[in-house]
Write a protein that binds this ligand. Structure first.
Ligand SMILES: Nc1ncnc2c1ncn2[C@@H]1O[C@H](COP(=O)(O)OP(=O)(O)OP(=O)(O)O)[C@@H](O)[C@H]1O
Ligand SMILES: [Mg+2]
Length: 262
């Protein structure tokens, strides 16, 4: 951790990560020399074909996996003391099946001491459940939820404790159209919270253009193209310039997917 000189909050330096392939016979290079800086308060989107290293990158940022080489550095404010609080919404949700929604959320907090702390945790859980439209499902077990509800419960858990950095791995992928729109709007409100830094992984091009200050298109373990989106907010899906950015990203993704001629 180092003191901030500019507004970079996460510095990703030449990150590489490999895994052993099936039966240990091959090596999978999930990330290969990935480098970029992420500014405090920015919304950064990563897109790219399946297997190009997006989830691996989020896990390395969160410290859940260690890189083979390279580093992730966090910068702090003037006091230099606070470690940024991270909220991670996993692609596979990771709700504990034997705990209710409320109990799953409670795990995001350090064990509360005394009545006042317990009440504060309860209030915070009530707040994020309301925010994600799950107010009536606090007592439900994950298996009693629909796919979309489980996804919202996972989002609710990562919003607990007001994280400074949100890592969202395809957070809206299995929602019905109306809920998706509702949560997009909630995410848009969250985005406006001063200083909140969001990193979103998505396969949905409109979602990427709606949210991203910058979109990185990953290919073979590193960002292959960067598309800044200077459109005014809130963004209008139907505007010609919005659709123009969508087309540009789609074209780049198609080019990336095309087989290279040797
Ligand atoms: N724990 C692991 N063990 C072995 N291989 C892994 C592991 N985690 C990831 N991989 C491999 O690393 C590569 C990158 O995986 P990653 O999950 O980062 O892709 P992704 O871009 O998130 O894909 P998707 O869009 O399908 O979620 C893939 O080939 C994957 O099989
Ligand atoms: Mg993934």
């Amino acid at each position: 951790m180092k003191q901030r000189e500019d507004n970079t909050v996460i510095s990703i330096r030449s990150l590489s990560k490999s895994y052993a392939g099936p039966e240990g016979k091959t090596i999978i290079h999930a990330l290969s020399g990935c480098s970029l800086d992420i500014a405090e308060g920015s919304f950064t989107v990563f897109a790219g074909k399946s297997g190009c290293g997006k989830t691996t990158l989020l896990k390395l940022i969160a410290g859940l996996e260690q890189p083979d080489s390279g580093a992730v550095e966090f910068s702090t404010g003037q006091d230099g003391a606070t470690v940024p609080k991270l909220g991670f919404m996993f692609q596979d949700l990771r709700l504990l099946p034997w705990l209710s929604v409320e109990q799953n959320l409670a795990l995001a907090f350090p064990p509360p001491k005394g009545k006042a702390e317990k009440a504060a945790v309860r209030n915070e859980i009530t707040r994020v459940l309301a925010l994600t439209g799950l107010a009536g499902r606090a007592a439900s077990l994950p298996r009693e939820l629909s796919g979309g509800m489980a996804q919202r419960a996972a989002l609710a858990r990562c919003l607990c404790r007001n994280p400074a950095i949100l890592l969202l791995d395809e957070p809206l992928s299995s929602l019905d159209a109306v809920t998706r729109l509702h949560l997009r709007n909630e995410l848009e409100k969250l985005r406006q919270r001063p200083g909140l830094t969001v990193i979103l992984v998505t396969h949905d091009i409109e979602e990427a253009v709606f949210f991203g200050d910058r979109i990185f298109l990953m290919n073979e373990g590193k960002p292959d193209a960067e598309v800044p989106i200077p459109l005014k907010r809130p963004r209008n899906y139907r505007s010609a310039e919005f659709q123009e950015y969508c087309r540009k990203i789609e074209d780049t993704l198609i080019l990336q997917a095309a087989p290279t001629v040797q």
